[in-house]
Design a protein around this ligand. Structure first.
Ligand code: FAD
Length: 468
C-alpha cells in the first residue's frame, strides 16, 4: 500500500519553523572545515572512533547491539529466522515473545509501535545532529479500514488531515483532441477518471499499448485509486509543512510503476523545492540510464530533482526470478560493478547540483568508502553541506559509526526510522538480519567498535552513567 512506500523525512522542527519540541542539543554539530584544506582533500570525519560513534547510546544499548549483531553472524539462525520466530512465538506465547523481541532484534532495528512511542528516540538522535526518515514498516498491503486508521494517524503526526482526504480533485483533464493527458497527476487521482484508460503498457509481443489495468477487478482499480489519492493527500500536506517524502524502490517487476507514479508526483509537487524523492537502485544494469533520463527530464521541465541513491535490497530474489523465468539478469554481474555504478550515478547527480543547485540526493548507504567518496567530491565541486543538497542516510540500528560522526561534523544525515507493531514488522526484521549476515566485514567492524566502547566505559567506571 501507499503507506509503506512513502516515508516522511523529518528534521529538527525547531531549526526550521520554531514549532514543536525544543531539541535537546547536548552536543552542537561542529562546522566542517570546508575549503580550509586543499580543494581535493576530503574533510576529516573519523568513522573509527567508538566514543564519538556511540555517545548517544546507553551501555545497555551497546550490549544489545553486540548481542544482536553477534546473532546475525550465526548462519543457521539467519537462514531459518522465519521458522525460529514462529516457533518462538508458539513456545513463549505472544506477550513474552514480544518482550524478548523488544529487548533484542526489534529494539535494535525498530523505533517503536506507533508515532508516540518513537518520539523520544527521534528527539535524542536530533540532539546529536541526526534527523529521521519515518518509515511505517508493515510489509503487506493494507486493508481499507487499516489504511483509514493510518491516514488518521498520519493526520495526528501532522502530515495529513482527515478533512483534506475528503476533497479530491475534480475535472477531468481532457485535451483539445479529446484525449486525456497521460502525464497529468490530477487526472490520475480524479476519482471519476477510469484508470484503465490512463495507465498503458507496451505488449512486447503485439508491440501495442494496452491498458495496464484491464485485468484488474473493480475492487483492485478502486484500491489503486485510493492509493493515488492517499499519495496526493500526503504530498500536499508535506508541501505545506515543509516535510519531504521519499518513495522506496522495490523489485524490478514493480519498480517501473512505482517510478512512473513518483515521477508524476515530482512534476506536480517539486516546483519550488524537492518535496518528493524517488529511489534509484544502482545494482541494476539500467541504473545510470534511469538516473540520467530523470535528471534530464527535470532539467527540461524545470522541476527539482530528488533521489535517494541505494545499491538495492533484492539481489537474490531478482536473480532467482530471472533464472527461473528465463530473462536477462537485471543486476550488475559483480559487487564491484555495482560500486562503479553507484559512484557513476552519484557523480552525475553531484555534477548536476554543481551546475543548477536544483538537484538533491540522499546518499543512502552503509558503505564507508562511498561516504568518503561523496565527501571528497562535494569538496572538489564546492558543494557545501549547509546548502543541504546532499544528505546521508543509514538504517536505524546499523552503522552508527558512520551516522553520528557525520551528524557531529555538521553534515545533513538521517536515520531511516522504521516503526510498527512487533508482529507486523517481522518481515522487515528478517531482511535486516540477512543483510547483516551478508556483510560480515562491516558487521564485524561495528561489533569491534561497540566492544571497544563498552570496555572503555567499564574501565572508566562510567558504565552506568547517563552521560558516559
Ligand atoms: C536509508 C536507506 C534507505 C534504503 N532504501 C532502500 C529502498 O528504497 N529500496 C531498496 O531496494 N533498498 C533500500 N535500501 C537498502 C540498500 O539498497 C542496500 O541493500 C543496503 O544499504 C546495503 O548496501 P550498502 O550500500 O549499504 O552496502 P554495501 O555492503 O557496500 O553493498 C551491498 C549491496 O551491494 C550489492 N551487491 C552485493 N553483492 C553483489 C554482487 N555480487 N553483484 C552485484 N551487486 C552486489 C547489493 O545491492 C547489496 O545490497 C536502503 C538503505 C538505506 C541505508
Amino acid at each position: 500500500g501507499a503507506g509503506r512506500r512513502l516515508a516522511g523525512f523529518l528534521r529538527g522542527p525547531a531549526r526550521r519553523s520554531g514549532r514543536g519540541a525544543v531539541p535537546m542539543r547536548c552536543c552542537a554539530p561542529r562546522s566542517p572545515a570546508w575549503g580550509a584544506r586543499g580543494r581535493s582533500a576530503a574533510p576529516v570525519v573519523d568513522f573509527g572512533d567508538p566514543q564519538e560513534a556511540f555517545r548517544s547510546k546507553s551501555s545497555a544499548e551497546l550490549l544489545r547491539g553486540l548481542v544482536v549483531l553477534g546473532l546475525c553472524a550465526v548462519g543457521p539462525l539467519v537462514e531459518h529466522n522465519r521458522e525460529l520466530l514462529q516457533l518462538g512465538r508458539r513456545v513463549l506465547g505472544q506477550a513474552l515473545f514480544e518482550r524478548l523481541m523488544k529487548m533484542t532484534f526489534y529494539g535494535q532495528f525498530v523505533a517503536g509501535e506507533d508515532q508516540e512511542a518513537i518520539k523520544p528516540l527521534i528527539r535524542r538522535n536530533r540532539a546529536f545532529g541526526v534527523g529521521a526518515v519515518l518509515d511505517y514498516s508493515v510489509e503487506e498491503d493494507l486493508s481499507p479500514a487499516r489504511a483509514e486508521r493510518q491516514e488518521l494517524a498520519l493526520a495526528k503526526l501532522g502530515i495529513a488531515t482527515k478533512a483534506e482526504s475528503q476533497h479530491w480533485f475534480t475535472g477531468e483533464n481532457v485535451g483539445e483532441s479529446g484525449t486525456v493527458d497521460l502525464l497529468d497527476w490530477n487526472s490520475l487521482i480524479d476519482s471519476r477518471t477510469k484508470l484503465s484508460k490512463l495507465l498503458l503498457v507496451p505488449n512486447i509481443k503485439t508491440r501495442q499499448l494496452e491498458p495496464l489495468l484491464s485485468h484488474f477487478t473493480e475492487e483492485e482499480e478502486l484500491q489503486m485509486k485510493r492509493m493515488l489519492q492517499r499519495m496526493d493527500v500526503l504530498a500536499k500536506r508535506a508541501t505545506e509543512t515543509g516535510v519531504r517524502l521519499m518513495v522506496d524502490a522495490e523489485q524490478s517487476y514493480f519498480q517501473p510503476a512505482i517510478s512512473r507514479l513518483t515521477l508524476e508526483m515530482q512534476r506536480r509537487f517539486n516546483r519550488e523545492r524537492a518535496v518528493i524523492f524517488n529511489t534509484h537502485q544502482c545494482y541494476l544494469k539500467e541504473a545510470y540510464d534511469n538516473v540520467s533520463v530523470d535528471v534530464e527530464l527535470s532539467r527540461r521541465e524545470g522541476w527539482h530533482f530528488g533521489t535517494k541513491l541505494v545499491r538495492g535490497a533484492y539481489m537474490d530474489q531478482e536473480r532467482e526470478r530471472a533464472a527461473k523465468i528465463g530473462y536477462e539478469d537485471p543486476i550488475n554481474p559483480t559487487y564491484e560493478k555495482t560500486n562503479e555504478m553507484y559512484h557513476r550515478c552519484l557523480d552525475y547527480v553531484l555534477e548536476e547540483i554543481k551546475h543548477s543547485r536544483k538537484a538533491n540526493v540522499m546518499v543512502a548507504t552503509h558503505n564507508e568508502d562511498t561516504v568518503k567518496f561523496t565527501l571528497r567530491r562535494m569538496m572538489e565541486l564546492g558543494i557545501h553541506p549547509s546548502e543541504k543538497k546532499v544528505c546521508f542516510g543509514q538504517l536505524l540500528g546499523m552503522c552508527d559509526q558512520i551516522t553520528f560522526p557525520l551528524g557531529q561534523a555538521g553534515f545533513p544525515v538521517y536515520k531511516y526510522v522504521p516503526y510498527g507493531p512487533v508482529d507486523e514488522v517481522l518481515p522487515y526484521l528478517s531482511r535486516r538480519a540477512q543483510e547483516n549476515r551478508g556483510f560480515m566485514q562491516r558487521a564485524n567492524q561495528e561489533r569491534d567498535l561497540l566492544w571497544r566502547e563498552f570496555k572503555r566505559r567499564l574501565f572508566a567506571g562510567t558504565i552506568f552513567s547517563t552521560n558516559p
